[in-house]
Design a protein. Sequence first.
Length: 310
Amino acid sequence: PDAHPRHPQTPGILETRGSLDLAEIMGDFSSFYDGSDSNDTFLDYEAAPCHNHFCPLFQRVAPPFLAATCAAAALGTGALLVALAKRPQAWRWPQSRALVAQLALGTALFAALLPPLAAGVGRGWHLGTGPCRLTHLLWHWSLFAQALLVASGSCGTAWARWDPRSRRLAVALWAVALLLATPAALVSGVAAGSSCVRRSVDILAPAYLLHLALCLCLLLLLPAGLLLAALAVPRLRASWAAGAGLSWLFLGLWVPYGAGLAGEFLLQARLLEPTCGSFERFDFALGLSEGLGVLHCGLGPLALLLAWRC
């Protein structure tokens, strides 16, 4: 799990019940986990043993899962690019060629990061802080760019043609996504010399609060706003009927993870009462939600191909 800078990599049993530190019993249940054998035991408020069963399971399951997802993403993205090249005239709004090509680019960027992450989970991260932060930057850049692309494609016909207007929009969206991803690089880091973690700063650090707010806006509020707009505006509902709804698969897969980040903050900031049971359940909930989001790079291209065929 995520290692807070003030704490050792593998803390032992906490002796004093009154000094229970939330940062020690609640780790970073993201895709960047500690590579050590973590089966830590902590004391709950009721003095009952609190075992972290998720991290050992994650260390066994994550590397093959990430490798299989990367392979599926490579096949799906390759098939999508072939379809774009062979029949460019068949891609029209709302699944226009310009939009689909950029979504494929975002998926390819995301999938390219999975092999080093799988190796880091299985063998430990030994590339240093700079590559770790660069990985987080690219990871979130691809996520945010795809979210903005899906939103822009759902709300207008800007991608109907690849003209100077759409090219300027593309440059602006990718630049904004890179800017929004910058806090993710600032708050990440290497813990204990062998673990590239999503958060190496305090939960209330300004940089992390900014990063959390951006994630919640793009992964929770943006999908909710688009859904309400589609229900209220007939033109948007028509685009759904034409196949645009399948591109929303990306947003739908990441919504649970956005909710998990909000729950993580509430628990670590002590805005919710922490208990042994709540942490054990939250481990699995947040881990599964991020795994669901990672699946977008394999399922997204297939959904776009299905929309094209239909």
